[in-house]
Design a protein around this ligand. Sequence first.
Ligand SMILES: CC(C)(COP(=O)(O)OP(=O)(O)OC[C@H]1O[C@@H](n2cnc3c(N)ncnc32)[C@H](O)[C@@H]1OP(=O)(O)O)[C@@H](O)C(=O)NCCC(=O)NCCS
Length: 185
Amino acid sequence: MGDPKGADNLATSNPTSLSPDTPSTHIRTALESDAMAIAQLHQRAFGPGRFALTAYRVREAGEFDMRCNQVALVDNEIVGAVGFTPIEIGETANALLLGPLAVDPKHTNIGLGSHLIRAGSHAANSQGIKLIILVGDLAFYQRLGFVAVPPGQITMPGPVNPARLLALELSPGALKDYRGPITAA
Ligand SMILES: CC(C)(COP(=O)(O)OP(=O)(O)OC[C@H]1O[C@@H](n2cnc3c(N)ncnc32)[C@H](O)[C@@H]1OP(=O)(O)O)[C@@H](O)C(=O)NCCC(=O)NCCS
């Protein structure tokens, strides 16, 4: 599995243990039976129009990796979720597309989004995943170790602002090995 820089960073935090101020909050692996609650969460967090996003074209074509998907619960209610879809980039596998990431607007800014990504990345690392890709704001994701993909190196099946195509290396130097179009694995 290697000893990736990204995973090292993530290892500084126990994803199942949040602030003592939020004792009823925890993160766990998502289950098939969570699907309805996660869909309702997406409605609350994103509103209409989310299916127009380019990233959804990849997700529509692929299955979620249920070993990595995570949910956050407060008082046993799902208030946060992150999904991962196995992808190939060019012809190179062992990569995931992260998303959607959503936290209920009533429970933002207490660390749930960051913990969901850390927990999912740990699970991915243990499955031999080398690289996680997403489309999002570098200002949020850089604290979790994500960097901007060099323009043109990796392409999505639709228009994406190159500054929003981000990568987290779970294996040191992995990003340089991934070139070309993203397709569902
Ligand atoms: C983005 C989102 C997942 C963050 O979840 P969260 O649980 O609040 O995240 P955390 O508590 O771990 O982190 C909050 C911090 O991130 C910052 N942040 C949130 N969204 C940000 C963004 N788009 N750009 C920069 N910073 C952002 C907050 O200001 C806060 O900063 P602080 O720690 O300095 O106070 C949540 O707001 C959400 O679901 N938004 C709607 C859906 C969405 O945009 N999903 C992401 C798609 S890329």
